[in-house]
Design a protein around this ligand. Structure first.
Ligand code: PEP
Ligand code: MN
Length: 348
């Protein structure tokens, strides 16, 4: 339930609403807005007596949030959430900028990740990706370097200034990842790992939540609700393809998820056409399409030598392909009144 205050409502009136909500046994969450303040009522079991709140001074209206998710919904918060990254918050996801996150599937060696960082930055990425822990379908596939991989990501950041996005696979890993990374990634296979979501919700770092391969958009939003419910509001969603019956591509890249999520939620959503399609030559057109569809960013797998990649080589772009994609994406962003966040933002 959302209590919308009148334009010009006083602080004392807002405090009174908060006090009454707490008296009723619920949690109050004031949300100052540009136009007016709203107060969210959390812990609502559907039996709240709205009339008590409607009559309070300064209250304009009480809105019943009808979706199963609350804090992630547009009803709860009309303005877009802008996630500010890094110390200075120069890189923002969810505002006018379109942000490129790029790098290899896995961190493999110091040489590989530093080379990858340099080349993705030269092409225009502001965030470096690379898994230190890899959720692999087969236990015999490369599982990632673990903590040494995280240290290498830290080195790549020191060398290039790029921000870091990397995956945490379990609640213990969230602590390690949050120490080094600017964004803690939760992978598709873990979208409904609720203890992991709770741990990430308590982390003091932004979270990138990837859509599960069999998850509906509503389930994605409910998983994001776990993060907000734990107090972490810096959440970025990611469409990365869902399971279909057609084996022509690795997954069915659901482009419509982008405008659907933007309508239902204030959270930013980015697109990962690398995992979405699984095929290098399909990544480029789908990345272009995602930006045209309004994605707040793209996540692209790029490797200095994709043919030797230890994971996901077939969907990984060659450096020159990524540079070309970035040139194209700048033009597409411009057409829809956006611009691509440039590495100059993270320099100095
Ligand atoms: C990844 O981005 O490294 C990854 C494993 O992707 P997903 O969780 O979408 O499969
Ligand atoms: Mn991968």
């Amino acid at each position: 339930m959302l209590i919308v205050m009148r334009h010009g409502a006083t602080d004392a009136e807002v405090r009174r609403v908060v006090a009454v909500i707490e008296e009723m046994g619920y949690k109050a969450q004031p949300m100052p807005g540009v136009q007016r303040t709203a107060v969210g009522l959390v812990g609502n079991d559907g039996r709240v007596d709205a009339s008590r709140l409607e009559g309070l001074p300064g209250v304009q209206e009480v809105i019943h949030v009808s979706k199963p998710y609350k804090q992630v919904s547009r009803e709860w918060k009309a303005e877009n959430t802008v996630v500010r990254l890094g110390g200075g918050g120069a890189v923002q996801v969810g505002g006018a900028d379109v942000v490129a996150i790029a790098g290899p599937c896995s961190v493999e060696s110091e040489r590989q990740i530093i080379d990858a960082a340099r080349l993705v930055k030269d092409a225009g990425a502001v965030i470096l990706r690379g898994g230190a822990w890899k959720p692999r379908t087969s236990p015999y596939s490369f599982q990632g370097l673990g903590r040494p991989g995280l240290r290498l990501l830290g080195k790549a950041r020191d060398e290039t200034g790029l921000l870091i996005c990397t995956e945490a696979m379990d609640p213990e890993g969230v602590g390690y990842v949050a120490e080094v990374a600017d964004i803690v990634q939760i992978g598709a296979r873990n979208m409904q790992n609720f203890s992991l979501l709770k741990a990430a919700g308590r982390a003091k770092k932004p979270v990138l939540l990837k859509r599960g391969m069999s998850a509906t958009i509503e389930e994605l939003l409910l998983s994001a609700e776990y993060l907000l419910a734990e107090g972490n509001h810096d959440v970025i969603l990611c469409e990365r393809g869902i399971r279909g019956f057609d084996t022509a591509t690795r997954n069915v890249f659901d482009l419509t998820a982008i405008p659907v999520v933007h309508k239902l939620s204030h959270l930013p959503i980015i697109a990962d056409p690398s995992h979405g399609t699984g095929l290098r030559d399909k990544v480029i057109p789908m990345a272009r399409a995602a930006v045209a569809a309004g994605a707040d960013g793209i996540m692209i797998e790029v490797h200095p030598d994709p043919e030797r990649a230890l994971s996901d080589g077939a969907q990984t772009l060659f450096p020159e392909q990524f540079a070309q994609l970035m040139r194209e994406v700048r033009v597409i962003a411009d057409v829809i009144g956006r611009r691509v966040a440039e590495p100059a933002l993270i320099d100095g």
